[in-house]
Design a binder for this molecule. Sequence first.
Ligand code: WTA
Length: 646
Amino acid sequence: MQDKIHPVPAGWAESARVDDAAYQAMYQEALADPNGFWGRQAARLDWLKPFTKVKNTSYAPGAVSIKWFEDGALNVSANCVDRHVEARGDKVAILWEGDDPSESRRITYRELHREVQVFANVLLSLGVEKGDRVTLYMPMIPEAAFAMLACARIGAIHSVVFGGFSPDSLAGRISDCHSKLVITADEGVRGGRKVPLKHNTDLALTKTIGEEKVLVVRRTGAEVAMHAGRDFWYHEVAATVSEVCPPAEMNAEDPLFILYTSGSTGRPKGVLHTSGGYLLWASLTHELVFDLKEDDVFWCTADVGWVTGHSYIVYGPLANGATTVMFEGVPNYPSVSRCWEVIDKHAITIFYTAPTALRALMQAGDEPVKKTSRASLRLLGSVGEPINPEAWEWYWRVVGEGRCPIVDTWWQTETGGILISPLPGATDLKPGSATRPFFGVQPAIVDGEGNILEGATEGNLVLLDSWPGQMRTVYGDHERFEQTYFSTYKNMYFTGDGCRRDADGYYWITGRVDDVINVSGHRMGTAEVESALVSHPKVSEAAVVGYPHDIKGQGIYAYVTLMKGEAGSDALKKELVGWVRAEIGPIASPDLIQFAPGLPKTRSGKIMRRILRKIAEDEYGSLGDTSTLADPAVVDDLVANRQNRK
Ligand code: WTA
């Protein structure tokens, strides 16, 4: 079957920053001479001390090391703020849209410059020093960006924790990196509801060493407990500090941030990104993938708690002097037209969102979209999970009215920014394909043994060489970094994703091939949900798998074995869902729970997840060989009581 192709729209090749010939030439250039290519690209940043070395990277077993521009120095906040003040002082840097449609704020580059310096001085006055870790547990308000940039300004390492995570999850992340300070707000506001961020922080801090300070930004004015000597109101400290804070000189390889993300095993890992290579990657990909022009108004709907928010709300757009939209709310509040109304209200030109949001909005029909103008839109983007061709076509036809290219961008927390994506003036589009690699990205598809497969093929996606935005290590655990990404296949970075390449060389990401599930574009480790479930007193064992879900992409299916004498009931299911929400956060809520007297295990006690996945998918007719199971009879019970019946 021929894939449907949407050619580069008329006029785009001429006006876009990169056309197909330029793409081909630049791709080859980066491949042939990475030092020359990236040395030249890095001139887009302002360096305090020029680098003499560009690439110094190794994927060699036992000696993985990734360094870019290692003897250069710069300051990320100066690159995102200070250098724009002269030419773009009155340009809006952050355009904030509140949860309540009547609230918005416009912060110019000049104002941002002031805010970041004040915030940086507040951090200094609380004793935060270069290299210290600072945890942010913030709602989507401009102060979240000020705080990130303030950390960057003084060389503190931020770790943003999504505001939807539970106190326990927050505590684990504060402890793992020994944060000195937690920045939060009294409350967050989302979809008309209040989120008790300060209260959650108080609960989290009962489970840490207890030496952290807390800085509280006032958002709703709610009354919150303040512990003397530990908790400080931002506005009170801000009133006492200077408005001038010079940026610290940071080495290109000094850490910029840690971001915790789920993997196949164990607790979330602290993905560490450094300063020079990361900022170069965020800024260059933001400019070229989104064909950024001076007058664009760019809206990425992610939360700053995820990497997409880091790279494409804060660092990429601000490094480029763009206007970046920050949205506090959710796509369906107060109505399912909200996104399109916001686009009209602020004349947004580029819109970047996740397939899960599109699928949910698509269900409400075309009318809520069509009643808005969207005339300002010129480019659409997708990120976070595979986009099904049906949602792609709806995005193209209804939202973009056939005039806006769609960039389906594949990347990961670990990659720092976009790695595989169309460039809108260069790449013919195929719905559902992330298309071609960005400059410096060398994807390959391998079989189970790590043999590189050529031509049109399918297998596991690896990357053969480093790019400047690549994560440098797992915070505090370099061995885990090597083990997780470089031990499956020697001398290659393993992405954890399955992938197909077609005859045109286009890449189609098929989803995770490890024990990570992607729920509404959020990564969740099945092991994390299992460990939350087994911590419930009535649960003896649990196994969690993903299954196809119409809106979320994947849903969470939990098989639960109860303690002897306990009986399964709907009430207990509810209790377990509530338990997992409290342990991890609402995004980890199981969609389906099946009580299972036994789990399918090999004689050596290993759970055969393949079988559990099949049953969860309602594909119980094709379970394959079950003869190696210790007790093949458990399968009959699992099939008979399956929860997902199509
Ligand atoms: C998935 C989000 C298909 C993929 C930026 C990856 C995608 C994981 C796409 C990383 C896409 C992200 N098409 N799958 N365009 N973008 N993914 O770390 O499985 O939250 O490994 O980073 O999301 O999720 P993460």
